[in-house]
Design a protein around this ligand. Structure first.
Ligand code: FES
Length: 152
C-alpha cells in the first residue's frame, strides 16, 4: 500500500468521499485550513487573516500614511487615518453611492471628502455625512509598528 501524507490526502481526495470516511473531523480540518494567514504576493507589508488585516507601518506601502496622515488602502478597501494620538480605519465605500476611489482628507475639518459628488464625512464614526450615513468604522489596535484592523 502506498503511503501518503495526511495533508496530501486532504488536498487530493474528493471532499464528499473524505466526508463519508472521516465525517465531521474532516470539516474541522478544512475550517482550520481556511483560517490560515493569507500573505499577499511578495512583500507587500500586510497580511490578511479573514476579517483581520495586519499592517506593517514601517513598510514602504504605508509611507503615504506616515507622510500625509491618511491613505486609501484600496487593496483592502480601507481608509486609514493617522491622528495625533492614534490610528483610525474606515470602510472606503462612500455612504452616498459607493465610490471607493475619490477620497481626499481635510485635516482642518477632520472630514473625508468623496470627490465623486463632493459629499463630506466626519471621522467620529457617528455623525452622518452631507449626504447619507456615517463612514463605517473598523476597530484598530496598534502594537509597535503593527496596526491590526478588524473589519466588521
Ligand atoms: S459616491 Fe461619494 S459623494 Fe457620491
Amino acid at each position: 500500500m502506498k503511503k501518503i501524507k495526511r495533508r496530501e490526502f486532504l488536498n487530493n481526495t474528493c471532499p464528499r468521499v473524505a466526508m463519508a470516511i472521516l465525517g465531521v473531523s474532516f470539516l474541522n480540518a478544512c475550517s482550520k485550513e481556511s483560517e490560515e494567514v493569507i500573505m499577499p504576493e511578495g512583500d507587500s507589508g500586510y497580511a490578511v487573516n479573514g476579517k483581520i488585516i495586519e499592517i506593517d507601518l514601517s513598510h514602504p506601502t504605508f509611507d503615504l500614511l506616515a507622510n500625509q496622515g491618511w491613505m486609501n488602502f484600496t487593496a483592502q478597501k480601507i481608509l486609514l487615518l493617522k491622528t495625533e494620538s492614534s490610528y483610525l480605519a474606515f470602510n472606503n465605500l462612500c455612504p452616498h453611492q459607493g465610490a471607493r476611489d475619490a477620497w481626499s482628507y481635510s485635516p482642518s475639518e477632520s472630514i473625508f471628502v468623496c470627490g465623486r459628488h463632493n459629499n463630506s464625512y466626519p471621522t467620529d464614526c457617528v455623525s452622518e455625512g452631507t449626504n447619507s450615513g456615517p463612514l463605517q468604522c473598523y476597530s484598530v489596535n496598534k502594537i509597535g509598528n503593527t496596526l491590526t484592523v478588524t473589519k466588521s
